[in-house]
Write a protein that binds this ligand. Structure first.
Ligand SMILES: *[C@@H]1O[C@H](CO)[C@@H](O)[C@H](O)[C@H]1NC(C)=O
Ligand SMILES: *[C@@H]1O[C@H](CO)[C@@H](O)[C@H](O)[C@H]1NC(C)=O
Ligand SMILES: *[C@@H]1O[C@H](CO)[C@@H](O)[C@H](O)[C@H]1NC(C)=O
Ligand SMILES: *[C@@H]1O[C@H](CO)[C@@H](O)[C@H](O)[C@H]1NC(C)=O
Length: 317
């Protein structure tokens, strides 16, 4: 019975462990996203070769985001920089604060999630938001690492965005930089697709909404208020499928419980039958053995059949 109970407990525990994995929540802020992507980017560094970028995989609820990790000696970063790391050209002279011996540069390309994690009312993104964040490389299984402060002390770090959408006529594209505190700052785009930074953070190219009033093309001006946060239809479908997963898990769990209780009942019955057989056998063997057995088992059936004759013999004389 004890074994069975622990088996049931184990199955229940497994089931509850399994549940949150499938109902996984995606990060609800850009900070949480950074922490999660650090963890997943570090996983890509399984056999880490210094100086080589590794592409990482993101959890399925963040499909559309690309990440990479590049581990470097900080001395090499300072002396030589990195010729080309995805869209980033890192010149010599980049130093981190506080000092670490080796660091990992985590690259993020937020793709179609850019607007969701970096909503920018009044602007349209012409390119995905890119992130470049530095972390200590001394423990590659560590999570929730603090971001190292990196500064380009000689020349700025250059980003060369590919596939920049063209800005509408008459509007001017701008580079946007989000620092880790959530402040943003705008600067000019160079050569049509280049932005510069002297710090880590998140970057993109945007254009201000211009009211298309002189051209009566029939299109309503896009609302600049809360548009970026309204979940689209695909979002809805995702929520739906999540609900189904949860409902399915609960139903499956109940079914499992019912089956398990049947199993428990059945085993119980089987044991009782065995006990009965044992007692019947004991009854045949003799008085002394039977008495001890009955006392242990607390089962009255054998008692009745066996004691009846003695009661009679007491009354008869
Ligand atoms: C984000 O989610 C966490 C739990 O995962 C919660 O504690 C926190 O309050 C949420 N933050 C916001 C801004 O909703
Ligand atoms: C981005 O695209 C992926 C498929 O490539 C999709 O699964 C995901 O829901 C999209 N994200 C948003 C915010 O629409
Ligand atoms: C690395 O970090 C993990 C998770 O925080 C921790 O369990 C482990 O002990 C750390 N390893 C070292 C060598 O510090
Ligand atoms: C934006 O950047 C400029 C030049 O780098 C700086 O002078 C200004 O203070 C920054 N603004 C904010 C809000 O950080």
């Amino acid at each position: 019975m004890g074994l069975l109970r622990s088996l049931v407990m184990m199955l229940l525990r497994l089931w509850f462990l399994w549940l949150p994995v499938h109902g996984a929540q995606r990060p609800n802020s850009s900070h949480e996203l950074d922490a999660l992507l650090q963890d997943y980017a570090y996983k890509a560094l399984a056999p880490p070769k210094t100086g080589l970028p590794y592409d990482g995989a993101v959890p399925s609820e963040l499909n559309g985001i690309k990440i990479a990790a590049l581990r470097l000696r900080s001395g090499s970063l300072r002396r030589k920089g990195v010729d080309m790391y995805k869209e980033f050209v890192i010149p010599p002279g980049v130093i981190e604060q506080p000092y670490v011996e080796r660091l990992v540069l985590v690259y993020q390309n937020l793709g179609n999630w850019s607007r969701r994690y970096y909503p920018l009312s009044g602007y349209t993104y012409l390119a995905p938001v890119l992130g470049l964040l530095a972390y200590d490389a001394s423990n590659l299984t560590a999570t929730n690492l603090p971001v190292l402060d990196i500064k380009a002390s000689e020349k700025p770090i250059t980003m060369k965005f590919s596939d920049v959408k063209s800005a509408p006529d008459g509007s001017i594209a701008k580079c946007v930089w989000f620092d880790l505190q959530g402040n943003r700052n705008f600067s000019n785009v160079a050569s049509g697709n280049e932005c510069f930074t002297i710090q880590q953070g998140h970057f993109s190219i945007v254009v201000e909404y211009t009211a298309p009033s002189p051209a009566p093309s029939g299109e309503a001006p896009a609302p600049s208020g809360q548009a970026p946060n309204v979940p689209g239809p695909s979002e809805h479908g995702k929520n739906n499928s999540k609900v189904w997963i949860i409902v399915g898990s609960v139903l499956g769990g109940i079914l499992l419980l019912v089956l398990l209780s049947f199993l428990v009942l059945w085993v119980h019955k089987l044991k009782e039958r065995k006990k009965m057989q044992q007692m019947e056998r004991a009854a045949d063997v003799g008085e002394a053995l039977q008495m001890t057995l009955v006392g242990e088992m607390k089962a009255p059936i054998a008692m009745v059949t066996r004691t009846q004759p003695t009661i009679e013999s007491e009354y008869v004389p």
